[in-house]
Design a protein around this ligand. Structure first.
Ligand SMILES: Cc1cc2nc3c(=O)[nH]c(=O)nc-3n(C[C@H](O)[C@H](O)[C@H](O)COP(=O)(O)OP(=O)(O)OC[C@H]3O[C@@H](n4cnc5c(N)ncnc54)[C@H](O)[C@@H]3O)c2cc1C
Length: 642
């Protein structure tokens, strides 16, 4: 293990750090901005907002995504809302409170300075989006409406029905289109980044593959921004869009970027339960539903098979309200997920395989009327009915935890720059703000904060020293990276085995869910670390990748991504094994309080773990670097939501 990483956190009081940092950062003058080319990989809320803003500032931006349109980025799936400390409800919210809730929600494993800045800029995001025309829900009097999300005792979540991500992305896409029309942003849809090119220690380009034609290209730039989202699909089953993957960040890791806290995975408590072996996707039922829905299971396991209507009130266990009376059904995700697993492990789970708990709206319908519930959550009830065939206005929904979000990601400093100069990482792809557990409605906030309000200040600070240093893409490093990409593709096409990609990926997912999912322990993680390399070998021997590389070939796309998942999974397990404590979503069976809550070890683990690639595990294990987290403002306490 090696010493401290330098996070470049500005000095001074917490609430002045960002302002003073902006005041002292270097600038690029308007006339010089067009001389810089910036690559933005990703066009979701993080990448789209960054590309549009940098274009508006006058930089020449090239924005890449693998979908056929930026509008199809996974961000479009976000349902519930986006947090901001506006205090429209007059219920006691403030920048400090959003900051504190986020630090506590993340179980004290994130940087104070980053999180404070996030809370500070949260209000600007709402103003910007309203100006773009995002149709946030409004109160009768016209003010924007708010609801509550887990881990908060105020209502600070702005929403557009159950389609907040879609509406935010449309706003962002409009801003992007304006720049495309103005010629400052060039968009490259259906183009996958397959490597980062490092020249003289700086990120100066990428290698891409055109997914329609198979053409491999390389692109030089003055800086590279990765906004490539999360890697929850390493588990095969997750609530993420099917395309989400780790390839961009993992390949940057193999080029020297440190990967931080890879084992921190969020398991969301409110998803439609898994229903069969051949299912390829899980569906989220937004956390917003827990504003009005009450979570329960039968008190006695003998009742678990009965219909919910046959179980009278005294025989129901509203376990979240019982265990966490202050936050109740809006307890944070890690805690609510574990509580659901616990009651199901006791045999009180409902539905197929006993892996479900009820989310019941009967009381809310009685109190507010069905129409109000329909207005608030109508589209979510429709999704539920389409998938399960059940009408949740009449019988309770059944829900169970599922993989949803990854707090881990590439390590970045306060400027959102990785340890490779010129390589910036934003949105879900970085590790920055959520510690060991993200609070609901904070991912959209972070992605848009990064893209609209932080990167546009910190990127020029780097670029100011880079004038005239953009290499030509004839440089040997570009040729070398391109050659390696071609070689990897050829090797995948040569395997010519019998097994489907899905079957190997499913096996990997089941292993990870079992050994590195909602609960982990030393022997399980060691077992996974033995089995993953075996599975990887089988992949390279047995899998079948039909077609060729010169054409549209979705199997080839997926093969590259699954190959990366198979390597990355080992890094996750190694990280989970090295972090010999419990914190947030990382629950080690060996470390729990007498009440079964996560037991942190602040003396030894109040750190970010950041891993350095050393040669694929078999050659040398990844090297661990640690960034100590210093808490100057908050006191580290045992998290309590009672
Ligand atoms: C079902 C669901 C509901 C959610 N609801 C909420 C919510 O209500 N509130 C909230 O705050 N958060 C929510 N989240 C989380 C939130 O949606 C995501 O964390 C966030 O949208 C991620 O945005 P992003 O821009 O970082 O990445 P994404 O939106 O995933 O975008 C990634 C982009 O990178 C591109 N890309 C990736 N790899 C490559 C590559 N190799 N080459 C080229 N392009 C590449 C993709 O094409 C895409 O454009 C939800 C998540 C899910 C799964």
């Amino acid at each position: 293990m090696t010493g401290n990483l330098e996070a470049r956190i500005p000095s001074g009081p917490l609430d002045r750090k960002w302002t003073s940092h902006k005041d002292h950062s270097r600038l690029v003058s308007p006339n010089n901005r067009r001389k810089f080319e910036i690559i933005v990989v990703g066009s979701g809320l993080a990448g789209g907002s960054a590309a549009a803003t940098l274009g508006e500032l006058g930089y020449r931006v090239k924005c890449f995504c693998y979908q056929d349109s930026p509008r199809r980025a996974h961000s479009i799936a976000a349902q519930g809302g986006i947090n901001a400390a506006k205090n429209y409800q007059n219920d006691g919210d403030s920048v400090y409170r959003l900051f504190y809730d986020t630090i506590k929600g993340g179980d004290f494993r994130s940087r104070e300075a980053n999180v404070y800045r996030l809370a500070e800029v949260s209000s600007n995001i709402i103003d910007q989006c309203v100006a773009q025309g995002v149709p946030f829900a409004r109160e009768y009097g016209g003010l924007l409406a708010n609801r509550s999300f887990g881990g908060a005792q105020v209502s600070r979540t702005f929403y557009a029905r159950g389609q907040t991500g879609q509406q935010l992305l449309l706003g962002c896409y409009q801003a992007l289109c304006r720049q495309i029309a103005a010629g400052t942003v060039q968009i490259f849809p259906q183009t996958e980044m397959l490597d980062v090119v490092i020249v003289d220690g700086h990120a100066k380009g990428i290698v891409t593959r055109n997914l329609r034609t198979g053409k491999i290209d390389n692109v030089a730039a003055d800086a590279v921004v990765l906004a490539t989202g999360g890697y929850g699909n390493v588990f095969y089953l997750s609530t993420n869009a099917r395309g989400c993957n780790v390839t961009a960040t993992y390949r940057a890791y193999k080029k020297g970027a440190l990967f931080a806290n890879p084992c921190f995975t969020q398991i969301h408590p409110t998803c439609i339960p898994h229903s069969g072996d051949y299912q390829s996707k899980l569906t989220l039922m937004s956390e917003s539903l827990r504003n009005d829905g009450r979570v329960w299971v039968p008190k006695r396991k003998e009742d678990a098979k009965k219909s919910p209507n046959q179980i009278p009130e005294p025989d129901r266990d509203y376990y979240l309200e019982r265990k966490y009376p202050s936050y109740g059904n809006l307890s944070p995700r890690d805690i609510s997920s574990r509580a659901a697993k616990e009651v199901c492990d006791e045999g009180r789970g409902v539905g197929q395989g006993g892996r479900g708990v009820y989310l019941d709206f009967a009381d809310a319908i009685k109190r507010l009327g069905e129409e109000t519930i329909r207005e608030r959550y109508g589209n979510l009830f429709e999704v539920y009915e389409k998938i399960t065939g059940e009408n949740a206005y009449q019988i309770p929904m059944r829900i169970y935890p599922a993989v949803h979000y990854t707090m881990g990601g590439l390590w970045v400093d306060y400027n959102l720059m990785s340890n490779i100069p010129g390589l910036f990482v934003i949105g879900e792809a970085n590790f920055s703000d959520h510690g060991a557990n993200r609070l609901g409605a904070s991912a959209l906030m972070q992605g848009l904060a990064d893209g609209y309000f932080i990167l546009p200040y910190t990127l020029p600070n780097y670029l100011a020293g880079q004038m005239g240093k953009r290499p030509s893409n004839d440089h040997a490093e570009f040729k070398r990276a391109e050659h390696e990409v071609r070689e990897k593709i050829d090797n995948l096409l040569k395997i010519n085995g019998e097994r489907s990609l899905d079957s190997i990926h499913r096996e990997l997912g089941a292993l990870l869910w079992d050994k590195c999912g909602m609960a982990r322990n030393k022997s399980g993680l060691e077992e996974a670390l033995r089995k993953i390399p075996e599975l990887r070998e089988r992949f390279w021997r047995e899998v079948r990748v039909p077609g060729d590389g010169e054409d549209f070939n979705q199997s080839l796309e997926r093969a590259g991504r699954v190959a990366d998942f198979l390597e990355f999974a080992a890094l996750m397990c190694l990280d989970a094994l090295a972090r010999d404590e419990s914190c947030g979503a990382h629950f080690r069976d060996e470390h729990q309080t007498s009440e079964g809550e996560a037991l942190r070890d602040d003396e030894n683990f109040a750190d970010v773990f950041a891993w350095e690639f050393q040669g694929n595990g078999q050659i040398a294990p990844p090297k661990l670097h640690r960034e100590s987290l210093h808490f100057e403002t908050v006191h580290l306490t045992q998290r309590s939501y009672k």
